[in-house]
Design a protein. Structure first.
Length: 403
């Protein structure tokens, strides 16, 4: 497939694969695909391939012969029959990204990003991370036989995610400061050609993340939902979903887009504040804070793209408190049997508020994307549960305790 890398702001084409921003205006880069060959296809032409990221190879801008894959994607889309009437919405689905190989949606972008690293001959990759990106990159780097460096904000990463990065063999560096400090440092390393950067600022990462939208459409038999609700941290996911929607409209597979709605934690909400002002740009926060570590980001790299996605689809942006996030996490687990990390539960918490405030019509068909597995942050999950109780080893004693 024909492709080019262009600046999202000024349109300049960029050839150097190590550039993560435009050399003219410092704008974001994105991959532009020639979709003319795809217009000859229909969804049924891809249906014989296994559900997953590489089913959608015609929409991916890398050489499939070099693909580095852990069979990512193909995650469940659950119909929430118990929770929908409690929230007060006609139809609710949860796209459960915790079923990916390393337990989060990051694997979708990483399979394409690592494949691109292989294309250009990189032998070292790296990222800054609040946890999930580091876990994913470490696993895919191991699969590809590449060196891996991950920079984490000191004391701000959930243990489950840190353990994964270490287990897969990454060199883990704890940076003094927050995520934005870690990202600035790893970008400097990329500028020195010490490593190939695979944060979502890399234009190939979002190309893999588009596949979550392609799968949702496949699983709904191309019955476009009214709204898709996503947690928003660095904002790469909502931007990738928007790009996928535009591509499906361009090739004629859908005729309309769902309203894209972004949810941020109230302690880390630069995009919500911009939306409330009606602004197309945002003011970065220097000290974001929330227990939902995956979305604790004050200066989202793809923030302006996310705002465009929300505005152009008639969507919304809303904050939720940590208490609302925890309540939604437990509600989803105990009403639907779906275990997600706190940041993922922000989409459910946000939907509840959207309905209560009359922003979501009760007759809507809604998809909430839940981005990571509950075991990513077991400490938070355990803190909300009753501790085990002791009993004598008799049926009567157990019955007395659990009645």
């Amino acid at each position: 497939m024909e492709r080019s890398i262009r600046c999202w702001d000024c349109g300049r084409e960029v050839d150097d694969p190590y550039f993560d921003s435009c050399p003219s205006c410092n704008g974001l880069l994105e991959v532009v695909l020639d979709l003319e060959p795809v217009k000859e296809l229909r969804p049924s032409d891809l249906a014989s391939r296994p559900l997953g990221v590489w089913r959608y190879q015609p929409f991916l801008p890398v050489n499939p012969d070099l693909a580095v894959s852990l069979q990512e994607g193909g995650t469940p889309l659950y119909r929430c029959m118990n929770l929908a009437p409690e929230l007060g919405v006609r139809e609710l689905h949860v796209k459960y990204e915790g079923a990916n190989p390393t337990g989060s949606f990051k694997d979708r972008g990483m399979t394409v990003g690592i494949t691109r690293a292989r294309e250009i001959g990189a032998d070292m990759v790296g990222c800054a991370s609040t946890g999930n990106t580091s876990a994913s990159l470490a696993a895919y780097a191991a699969k590809a036989g590449m060196g891996c460096v991950v920079l984490l904000p000191e004391g701000k990463v959930a243990l489950g995610k840190l353990a994964q990065a270490m287990f897969y063999g990454a060199k883990v560096v704890s940076i003094e400061g927050n995520f934005d400090d870690a990202l600035r440092t790893v970008r400097e390393l990329a500028e020195k050609r010490f490593l190939y950067l695979l944060n979502s600022i890399n234009p190939f990462r979002p190309e893999g993340q588009k596949s979550v939208l392609f799968e949702i459409m496949d699983q709904l038999y191309y019955d476009v939902p009214d709204r898709i609700v996503l947690p928003v941290g660095n904002a790469g996911n909502i931007s990738a979903v928007h790009k996928a929607l535009k591509e499906l409209v361009e090739v004629g597979w859908i005729e309309r887009m769902p309203m894209l709605t972004g949810i941020q934690a109230s302690g880390s909400m630069p995009l919500v504040e911009a939306f409330d002002r009606g602004s197309k740009d945002f003011t970065a926060e220097s000290a974001p804070e929330t227990l939902a570590t995956a979305i604790r980001i004050g200066n989202p790299v793809s923030g302006r793209k996310a705002l465009e996605a929300i505005y152009s689809t008639g969507g919304h942006a809303l904050p939720v408190t940590d208490e609302e996030i925890l309540a939604a996490q437990m509600e989803l687990g105990r009403r639907e049997g779906v275990g997600v990390e706190p940041a993922s539960a922000a989409s459910i918490a946000g939907l509840r508020r959207l309905i209560e405030e009359g922003i979501v019509d009760r007759d809507e068909k809604v998809v909430c994307i839940c981005t990571g597995n509950a075991l990513k942050d077991p400490e938070v999950m355990i803190s909300q549960c009753d501790r085990p109780v002791k009993s004598r080893a008799t049926a009567e004693s157990v019955m007395d305790l659990v009645r």
